[in-house]
Design a binder for this molecule. Structure first.
Ligand code: SAH
Length: 479
């Protein structure tokens, strides 16, 4: 049977090698002609069957590009074909082609009819040999076309020529750099450097000889570590630079704060290593994480150490760099949006405000020997917002501590759970009421505590409304 046209189905994406293979087109009109041309572009030998043939197909037949058979379709016509496309305005014929394809296990596409098709044809950005295929699995052809327009504008036509040039040197590069990692680095330098610029500007001959010369000069690629802030969770909040280094890295070390969609932005063939968090069993101790980074960089790899939020805010980024420095390994730091900034924006709580808060402090509420070692006096100051990382475990103690050092009991406070993610929840109260509210609606990690007058602004400024955060209790105000 053909695939059901369920809108949420994801198709298996593949590119077929049809060079020299027989492709059948049933139909003689304009759409059939377009399909025949698409098959021809992939090198197929095309037969067209239709009782009446339109202008374009007649032209193609005249120059010998396709073979015409002016007659009605019969199921046996599919024998010997590798692929078939039906584009007639007769539903019975389209159905017959589809049924014959199912019986013979030959892939069939019926134009504009996913239900009768065992494969669909994507919207295509064609920079052959570079091809970008886009499908919405039939859910929204209009959206797929929009994506295509975006990509058409973003991918220079000359990329096709560049891909061709690179293709010519592929086997030479394999000989020169048998190690796939070194080979990838070689090609990355080519694609990001002057040789590609030359090819893209149309100077292909110079590009080819520069490429030949570059292949001759054997070189070693040294390792490099990028300490990358992944932001608070929403992948859209990654920086452009973070995305770029993630796509260049051969290895990505990530911890529990980094959500799976973010890790997926790494290159498909990149090695992904979960190093967890310090206090869980599956995690590597910090010393081992450092040693692992050093070892991978020494192997010549480009390593991304992906950390939640910003690497230099409660991220132990400094300690990891110490280890790299000790071993003379080159590194960079890519900042990220820290949890307090993400939580504040997505919960509608400005961290500073002309009228309510002229300063903002970030502290960790992580307990040392059972008590939070905080400078309470400084935290309890008026006109200040306090953002507490890792503070939910000690929520009650922190609220009591602030009250004991002079903050009013009525000071607004909120816990933002899984900030910026579809599961974001906000529990809001005062220093007095928040601990009990948080107990009634247990808070899962990661969560951030924000204390200050600015929390009140949430009622007006909250804008983020993920579908998953509806709880319907008056303790939890989800927005
Ligand atoms: N370097 C990180 C912080 C790491 S400490 C950064 O800059 O954000 C871990 C703490 O960050 C968690 O205990 C929690 O308090 C906070 N946090 C991280 N991601 C969060 C998120 N999506 N929502 C709420 N809090 C988060």
């Amino acid at each position: 049977m053909s695939l059901a046209p369920e809108a949420d189905r994801a198709y298996f994406a593949a590119f077929l090698d049809l060079r020299g293979k027989r492709g059948l087109v049933v139909g003689g009109g304009r759409v059939a002609a377009l399909k025949a041309e698409a098959l021809l572009r992939s090198g197929a030998r095309v037969t067209v069957i239709a009782p009446e043939i339109g202008e374009r197909l007649s032209e193609l037949a005249l120059v010998g590009a396709v073979r015409l058979e002016r007659r009605r379709f019969q199921p046996g016509d599919l024998l010997g074909a590798q692929i078939a496309i039906a584009a007639t305005d007769d539903p019975a014929v389209n159905e017959a082609v589809s049924a014959a394809g199912s019986a013979l296990r030959i892939p069939v596409n019926v134009a504009d009819n996913a239900a009768l098709s065992s494969f669909i044809m994507p919207a295509l950005v064609d920079r052959a040999p570079l091809q970008i295929a886009i499908s919405s699995a039939g859910a929204s052809p209009v959206l797929a076309r929009k994506v295509r327009t975006l990509i058409e504008a973003a991918v220079p036509f000359a990329f096709g020529r560049l891909a061709q040039l690179i293709g010519r040197f592929r086997s030479a590069s394999k000989e020169r750099y048998p190690d796939p990692e070194a080979r990838r680095r070689f090609w990355e330098e080519v694609v990001d450097g002057p040789i590609a610029d030359m090819a893209l500007s149309g100077n292909e001959r110079s590009a080819a000889s520069a490429l030949e010369a570059k292949l001759r000069e054997r070189r070693d690629f040294t390792g490099f570590v990028s300490l990358v802030g992944a932001g608070p969770g929403d992948p859209e909040l990654l920086t452009l630079r973070a995305l770029r280094v993630m796509q260049a890295a051969g290895v990505v070390l990530y911890d529990h704060l980094v959500s799976p969609p973010l890790v997926d932005l790494a290159r498909r063939d990149a090695e992904r290593i979960y190093v967890g968090k310090e206090r869980d069993n599956h995690a590597l101790p910090q010393g081992e994480i450092n040693a692992l980074m050093v070892r991978l960089a020494r192997e010549g790899k480009r390593v991304v150490r992906l950390k939640g939020g910003d690497p230099f805010i409660f991220g132990r980024g400094g300690e990891e760099i110490d280890a790299l420095l000790e071993h003379g390994i080159a590194f960079e730091v890519v900042p990220g949006i820290t949890a307090a900034a993400g939580a504040a924006s997505y919960a509608g709580i400005p961290l500073t405000h002309r009228d309510y808060a002229q300063s903002c402090v970030f502290v960790t509420g992580h307990l040392k020997n059972g008590s939070a070692q905080l400078d309470w006096q400084a935290l309890a100051r008026p006109h200040q917002t306090v953002a507490v990382y890792m503070g939910v475990g000690a929520l009650a103690q922190i609220c009591q501590g602030l009250i004991a050092h002079g903050m009013p009991e009525s000071m607004p406070a909120a816990v933002v759970e899984k900030a910026t993610l579809p599961e974001q929840r906000v529990v809001e109260g005062t220093l007095l009421t928040l601990p009990d509210k948080a107990k009634a609606q247990p808070i899962g990690p990661p969560a951030l505590l924000i204390v200050g007058e600015v929390v009140r602004l949430r009622a007006k400024l909250g804008w983020f409304g993920p579908a998953k955060a509806e709880f319907g209790t008056d303790h939890v105000i989800s927005r």
